[in-house]
Design a protein around this ligand. Structure first.
Ligand code: NOJ
Length: 541
């Protein structure tokens, strides 16, 4: 199975757009109420290959592996198989082939830092203190007075240590107690995970989103985390009031990444995107030194924590441009399966502008299934129907049509749908004014424009408070993005950039040439304008 052609000088992920599918919630082909690989296969036209497709570059599937579902797929009991509810390895092979046939890449989720307690590796490790696999996980004796070995806490709350009564020792778990942490100091673990990567690469998979990498290594002496209170607030925030210096972003983590990348480099054109929940100035270490030894990309999650507003967005982009290494680009997403959807977070009325902003940013972009039709979080009451950490609201099934089960399933959906009658792919496909049509147009524009796809980004300074603007420039093409994030009309003088420019896309119906000296923007209006040649030349001279 050959992946689509790749230009090593400008790999497909440069300015590329990845579409994240949460497989349980995308499309159910066999009526059991749970999404599956056959469902993804049946909806590939939505993603790529036809005139009406979104036209994304890749699809990333959140975990498809067998899992006892303590963390809904992120507690894996077999890294090299497909969960029966999703299908079979043969289905996955067919999906890879079908994606490649339409020029689409397929990425999987690699979860290298923990397994399920039911994974045979942990079953063996737990079997006795003298098990050959004991050191595949982190085991420690109780603290001298009894209780957990130290003060480390789990990202999901409570101690990060769980007592195994049979052996009298505790094992470490950064997430749920059903997800024991693998011990990356043990070379056998490194070999085993390398084998997992090779298994999927051999099947034609184009890369991985790499889960929770900042937690790969912890302090070897198991020292207590110190109380927070230094000049830099702890990140991620630690509700126990400690600074997670001994558990997160340890100096050895880049070694782990180097090892993963070495394996990926055995297979040309494969991508590793790190999920590294850190401020952007701490991401560079994860991106290697340009010699192909780090992740090619790492998510910058600042967009998902900032409030709506021109200033927070401007400074987020400014920081990303400043701290992202020169041979790498930022990686942006507005929503994912862990976060409140941005249509809910920012407000539905802002979805159209949010799309225009995202799709004109510099970097590799990630869309979360459903955001193209403006899906919102499920109701409060549906927060923890399944997920103990309360993330069900952002994982509700995709809304394909207006029927009660949204065309997602013929059966009983595993999570209730939110509002298929109000927003769905079928209705929005027919409406040129819909959000979906806007996504399609913006994606087509980005694909066809060197400036938007991989041009340099330059922020415009000294604007009125609610305004945000940047230019993207490549190969003599220059595009201006200007947006009013506020609720009142604004007039701005952008004559320093050019005198006239043509609207090529916008949140409203505005078209034609606009005078930049006196540009009026409605509330929540955003425009993409192509600068006239003369203006380009002027700026070059
Ligand atoms: C990050 C994943 O996105 C999240 O869903 C999961 O719970 C944790 N990592 C643990 O794997």
């Amino acid at each position: 199975m050959t992946p689509p052609a790749n230009d090593p000088a400008v790999p497909w992920w440069t300015g590329g757009v990845i579409y994240q599918v949460y497989p349980r919630s995308f499309a159910d082909a066999n009526g059991d109420g749970i999404g599956d690989l056959a469902g993804v296969m049946a909806h590939l036209d939505h993603l790529a290959g036809t005139r009406d497709s979104l036209g994304v570059d890749a699809v990333w599937l959140s975990p498809i592996y067998p899992s006892p579902l303590a963390d809904f797929g992120y507690d894996i009991s077999d890294f090299t198989d497909v969960a029966p509810e999703f299908g079979t390895l043969a289905d996955l092979d067919r999906l890879v082939e079908a994606c490649h046939a339409r020029g689409l890449r397929l990425l999987l989720d690699l979860v290298p830092c923990h397994t399920s307690i039911h994974h045979p590796w942990f079953v063996e490790s737990r079997s006795s203190r003298s098990s050959a696999g004991r050191d595949w996980y982190t085991w420690a004796d109780p603290a001298p007075g009894g209780g957990p070995p130290n003060n480390w806490i789990s990202s999901f709350g409570g101690s990060a240590w769980e007592l195994d009564p049979a052996s009298g020792q505790y094992y470490l778990h950064t997430f749920y107690r059903e997800q024991p942490d693998l011990n990356w100091r043990n070379p056998e673990v490194a070999d085993a995970i390398s084998g997992v990567l090779r298994f999927w690469f051999e099947r034609g998979v184009d890369g991985f989103r790499v889960d929770a990498i900042i937690h790969a290594i912890k302090d070897s002496q198991l020292r207590d985390n110190p109380p927070a209170g230094g000049p830099i607030p702890p990140f991620p925030p630690d509700p126990s009031g400690h600074d997670p210096v001994f558990t997160v972003d340890r100096p050895e983590v880049p070694e782990v990444i180097r090892l993963l990348r070495r394996v990926a480099n055995e297979y040309p054109g494969r991508l590793l995107i790190g999920e590294a929940y850190l401020p952007v100035e701490r991401l560079a270490r994860y991106l290697g030194d340009g010699a192909g030894d780090g992740f090619q990309r790492a998510f910058d999650f600042e967009l998902s924590v900032i409030p709506w507003g021109a200033e927070p967005l401007r400074s987020t982009i400014e920081r990303a441009e400043r701290f992202t290494p020169p041979d790498v680009e930022p990686t942006w997403a507005l929503s994912n399966h862990d976060l409140s959807r941005h249509a809910t977070r920012f407000g539905e009325e802002r979805s159209r502008l949010a799309a225009l902003l995202l799709l004109s940013m510099r970097g590799t972009l990630c869309l979360y299934a459903g955001e193209e039709i403006g899906m919102v979080d499920g109701p409060e009451a549906a927060t923890s129907l399944h997920d103990r950490f309360g993330r069900d609201r952002q994982r509700t099934p995709m809304q394909w049509d207006a029927s009660p089960t949204g065309g997602f399933t013929d059966g009983d959906p595993w999570l209730p749908l939110v509002d298929p009658e109000e927003r769905n792919v079928a209705d929005q496909s027919r409406d040129p004014g819909s959000l979906l049509s806007q996504y399609r147009r913006l994606l087509a524009l980005r694909r066809g424009s060197a400036a938007l796809r991989d041009g340099a980004l330059s922020l415009v300074h000294d604007l009125p408070p609610d305004l945000l603007a940047w230019t993207r420039t490549a190969d003599g093409e220059r595009v201006l993005m200007v947006a009013n994030l506020g609720d009142a009309p604004v007039t701005v003088d952008l004559s320093g950039i050019g005198s006239q420019a043509d609207v090529v896309a916008g949140t409203g119906s505005r078209q034609g040439s606009q005078p930049l000296a006196n540009l009026q923007l409605d509330p929540l209006e955003g425009l993409l304008l192509r600068l006239w040649k003369a203006a380009c030349l002027r700026s070059v001279l």
